[in-house]
Design a protein around this ligand. Structure first.
Ligand code: SF4
Length: 75
């Protein structure tokens, strides 16, 4: 398992993460930001524990985020 963290309030809705890891990221029609699938919110920050097989694509999603708000295991 590894941890994904999403600082959603800073999301600019570019959807790079959605294209790279569509099983974990969705476009929200409500506010135009993306949503971390399965994420639990704590003080506006979303967290989820994900399986190892999702690690590589979510690392790529994090690296592609232009505002650097996706963290993998806190990095
Ligand atoms: S890549 Fe970053 S800014 Fe773009 S939609 Fe995903 S979380 Fe938001």
């Amino acid at each position: 398992m590894f941890k994904i963290t999403h600082y959603r309030d800073k999301c600019i809705g570019c959807f790079a993460c959605v294209e790279i890891a569509p099983d974990r990221w969705r476009i929200s029609k409500k506010d135009g930001r993306c949503t971390l699938v399965g994420g639990k919110q704590k003080k506006g920050i979303y967290h989820v524990d994900a399986h190892e097989e999702e690690l590589e694509e979510n690392k790529r999603a994090a690296a592609s985020c232009p505002v650097n708000i996706i963290k993998i295991n806190g990095k």
